[in-house]
Design a protein around this ligand. Structure first.
Ligand code: NDP
Length: 401
């Protein structure tokens, strides 16, 4: 018997949905490149329903309880008096989603003497102190590819939204106006612009593929170069370092994991090397950008716009300056948790739990840390170390009510 503690975001303010806008989800056979979708032995949820909030329980309760395990679900995750902090002490498994991350700092890992598996229902395990997990011999796994395409779609939406000045124009309509000149004074076409991605992994490459039909010039910076055939097919320009790339781009999109190499990569120095009036879209992790440097760059006009859905910490405090800075198109962290994505990562979470409890190997592509070192996708895409510093600030959101 094991204890599984699962941290999920709250239900909608009007309660758990009784009906949905659509009746089904499209069938997807495999991910781009051929990786198969999650293969659990069974699922106990209806795809297309809300699974990522506390009442959705990732569709796991029936399965876990039928196996005799204890299953605790909570959204109360921050501060020393939180349910998560209390329940963690004798937990064997912690499940968390990046949208509402249960920060697993070294202190928390030290308190959780039985903890063997930190499972990310989604992609991005930077909310776990990976160094502490390595030192402890824990397994860290995530559901690789489950929402990469969801995010790529969001990135394209945000690039178009910023460049074409969508949100302020929408606001004029809601205010009852017809202020065409106000709307278009900051509105451009993306056609002919240069767009570059920091990292061309699953999301970065999918963004480039989606932008190709807009007749943009495509650039990327990554530690490993893409196959020549892909570079030719998309007419890509590779840059050996990020500075080289940002200098020539009108739009930059960040699609790298957060780890010590990428933390605060977009600081004053790098932002000042970008073209004046460039747009920056970050759906990767908030901490890859220096919070105040982004605000200053928007205020001075160095950046024409900033959008994304990732903040640090999460939830963002009510007074986080990105809520009120000029020319932004921020959303809460939602791009990877569409109902479509939830069905995939709930199934992937179930697959990983089945493997863990049955003593079967977890797919290599899902592994981030195993056996005291980075493993699988973790060994390719992350670097060892800790990026959770400052996460205790997330408790401020709760205090502000
Ligand atoms: P992948 O693992 O497929 O891609 C990550 C890429 O980042 C790899 O190509 C890796 O390069 C590259 N990379 C890592 N470190 C660096 C570095 N220092 N400089 C340049 N490139 C680097 O992951 P995904 O594309 O699926 O996801 C990327 C990130 O997006 C996730 O880690 C997560 O943080 C975020 N994400 C956000 C979501 C949201 O809802 N907003 C949802 C899903 C993911 P290489 O392997 O060549 O070294």
């Amino acid at each position: 018997m094991a204890k599984v503690v699962c941290v999920l975001y709250d239900d909608p303010i009007d309660g758990y949905p009784k009906s949905y806008a659509r009746d089904d989800l499209p069938k997807i056979d495999h991910y781009p490149g051929g990786q198969t979708l999650p293969t659990p032995k069974a699922i106990d949820f209806v795809p297309g329903t809300l699974l990522g909030s506390v009442s959705g329980e990732l569709g796991l309760r029936k399965y876990l309880e039928s196996q005799g395990h204890i299953f605790v679900v909570t959204s109360d995750k921050d501060g020393p008096d939180s349910v998560f902090e209390r329940e963690l002490v004798d937990a064997d498994v912690v499940i968390s989603q990046p949208f509402w991350p249960a920060y697993l700092t070294a202190e928390r890992i030290a308190k959780a003497k039985n903890l063997k598996l930190a499972l990310t229902a989604g992609i991005g395990s930077d909310h776990v102190d990976l160094q502490a997990a390595i030192d402890r011999g824990m397994t860290v796994a995530e559901v690789t590819f489950c929402n990469s395409i969801s995010v790529a779609e969001h990135v394209v939406m945000m690039i178009l939204g910023l460049v074409r000045n969508y949100i302020p124009s929408y606001e004029w309509v809601v205010k009852g106006g017809w202020n065409i000149a106000d709307c278009v004074s900051r509105s451009y076409d993306v056609e002919g612009m240069h767009v570059g991605t920091v990292a061309a992994g699953r999301i970065g490459l999918a963004v480039l593929r989606r932008l190709k039909p807009f007749d943009m010039h495509l650039h990327y910076y990554d530690r490993h170069r893409l196959p020549e055939a892909i570079e030719k097919e998309l007419d890509l320009t590779w840059h050996p370092n990020v500075e080289d790339m940002v200098k020539v781009c009108d739009v930059v999109t960040i699609n790298a994991p957060l780890h010590p190499e990428t933390e605060h990569l977009f600081n004053n120095a790098l932002l000042s090397k970008m073209k004046r009036g460039a747009y920056l879209v970050n759906t990767a992790r908030g901490k890859i950008c220096d919070r105040d440097a982004v605000v200053r760059a928007l205020e001075s006009g160095q950046l024409a716009g900033y959008a994304g859905d990732v903040w640090f910490p999460q939830p963002a405090p009510k007074d986080h300056p990105w809520r009120t800075m000029p020319h932004h198109g921020m959303t809460p962290h939602i791009s990877g948790t569409s109902l479509s994505a939830q069905a995939r990562y709930a199934a992937g979470t179930r697959e990983i739990l089945e493997c863990f409890f049955e003593g079967r190997s977890i797919r290599d592509e899902y592994l981030i840390v195993e056996g005291g070192k980075l493993a699988g996708t973790g060994a390719h895409s992350y670097s060892a170390g800790d990026a959770t510093g400052g996460s205790e600030e997330a408790a401020k959101f709760k205090k502000a009510g």
